[in-house]
Design a protein around this ligand. Structure first.
Ligand code: ATP
Ligand code: AMO
Length: 434
């Protein structure tokens, strides 16, 4: 297809060959129009029945919607055409016909439910708004990578098949690895720490995490994309600065480069880059504020995790992104360091969007003996983690980091109702293919 011209590049006066999908055919009697769509946009192909070869007219008007065709002809200016130009065809080839019975309508005129859309993702992605989500996803990941590089980070890739879990035993997917029990990794947590403890010092990873979440919710996936940071000689405040910078860089990139896509998604008018510093609210203040909203049936007490309604009540109260800091040590994982002056309080933090949690992070326990104690307190066998703990005996600097849910970032940024909309082929309780 070397000689093919993108529809967006077809200029009046050009002789072009355009190729793409049949979006729509409008037959007005003496004249008919076929709208051809490719990745850059759409173009009108005009059929004047009296003046054109019958076979050509028939080929153009009998072709079913969503068939792939290739059309050669001259481009002319035509103010009434959707893009201001049209092609008068000299030849038309049906490259790949489409079954006239389509499982969903890519023109978007007929709504399809999410499950039908996900079962037919190729057709679904032919819609402008759906394509826009994934163009933005790609742009956000680029922006995030650039911002991490500005923060002097090195991109790493860590194994996804592992011997131990870190984020709670019940959420693990077990697999068999040459006859031995292994798991799909829930988080690059231990590996990123092991690298931050080397001379590399500051690292990031964008990769899949696997969680055997029991329930179907609009904000949990069984395979998600985690955006992870870990930095040596960082404390939790530094990690919060990095998390805030990364989230803002995503919004800025979308504002700068994706105006058309925001338009296609119908959110261009309300889209805003978050302004000012994200407030840092202690856990203690958070539960007081949640209780004061009167939204919960039962008052929260110190030590409670925040339920979804609690997070929503606080999100409404704050009205923008914010951090929750100084969580009770007992509800944070073993690798999170406690405050030196108060062992009941951890350095763990969450970064919240008013709709949901986006990030968890904290300063890490880097002292070998304390780390072993933390395993024991959480009922974990430190011997199983020896591959990790032993490196804390050879000069492990203080370090901190976080994990940001990539799909949650997109979902909140683009106001998507369901996290599955931010993934091409989501994995959930019901969905293992496509
Ligand atoms: P993480 O599990 O990584 O901490 P999260 O967003 O799932 O991130 P949690 O603190 O686990 O945050 O959960 C927040 C609240 O969300 C929980 O108190 C619970 O009410 C709800 N929740 C979490 N996981 C599920 C789930 N799988 N199904 C239904 N509700 C859930
Ligand atoms: P946590 O378990 O909180 O922390 O995960 C970090 C972030 O990842 C996202 N996330 C998910 N997104 C969609 N579906 C899921 N099932 C899912 N699970 C998690 C959320 C969450 O805030 N090791 C720590 C991070 C750290 O301390 O560096 C961790 O994994 O946005």
């Amino acid at each position: 297809m070397q000689d093919r011209t993108y529809t967006a590049d077809a200029e009046p006066g050009d002789e072009v060959t355009v190729a793409g999908w049949v979006h729509e055919i409008r037959d007005l009697g003496g004249i008919a129009f076929l709208i051809l769509r490719d990745t850059t946009g759409k173009i009108q192909i005009k059929f004047e029945k009296e003046e054109m070869d019958d076979d050509l007219v028939e080929a153009g008007l009998d072709v079913s919607r969503e068939s792939v065709i290739k059309v050669s002809g001259g481009v002319e200016e035509e103010p009434r055409a959707p893009t201001g130009v049209e092609v008068t065809p000299e030849s038309l080839e049906v490259v790949a016909p489409a079954d006239p019975e389509l499982p969903l309508d890519p023109s978007g005129k007929v709504d399809a439910d999410l499950s039908t859309r996900l079962d037919n993702r190729t057709l679904d992605l032919r819609k402008d708004d759906v394509q826009s989500i994934f163009e933005i996803r790609s742009g956000v990941l680029n922006a995030v990578r650039d911002q991490f590089r500005e923060f002097d980070c090195t991109e790493i890739n860590t194994p996804k098949i592992v011997a131990t879990g870190t984020e709670g035993g019940t959420e693990l997917f077990p697999i068999t690895y040459f006859g031995e029990e292994a798991f799909m990794n829930q988080s690059p947590q231990l590996f990123k720490q092991l690298i931050a403890g080397s001379n590399v010092e500051r690292v990031f990873e964008i990769g899949p995490i696997f969680r055997a979440e029991e329930h179907n919710t609009p904000r949990h996936l069984n395979e998600a994309t985690s955006i992870d940071f870990e930095g040596a000689f960082c404390d939790h405040e530094d990690a919060m600065d990095v998390a805030e910078g990364i989230v803002k860089s995503a919004y800025e990139a979308v504002e700068e480069n994706f105006g058309d896509e925001l338009e296609a998604l119908g959110i261009a008018d309300e889209f805003e880059v978050p302004e000012g510093d994200f407030p840092r609210i202690s856990y203690e203040e958070a539960i007081e504020r949640i209780n004061a909203t009167g939204e919960l049936d039962e008052q929260l007490v110190w030590g409670d995790d925040l339920s979804t309604p609690a997070e929503e009540a606080l999100g409404q109260d704050v009205g923008g992104h914010y951090f929750i800091t100084d969580w009770p040590s007992e509800i944070k994982p073993f690798y999170i360091k406690d405050h030196d002056d108060d062992p009941e309080l951890s350095t763990g933090f969450d970064l919240m969007h008013p709709r949901m949690e986006l990030v968890s992070g904290g300063q890490r326990e880097h002292r070998h003996e304390k780390l072993i104690e933390g395993f024991e307190q959480q009922g974990l066998d430190p011997d199983q983690f020896e591959y990790y703990t032993k490196m804390f005996k050879y000069g492990m600097p203080p370090h901190a980091g976080f994990g940001l849910g990539g799909e949650r970032l997109l979902m909140t940024l683009l106001e998507l109702d369901n996290i599955r909309e931010a993934v091409l082929f989501p994995r959930d309780r019901q969905r293992l293919s496509p």
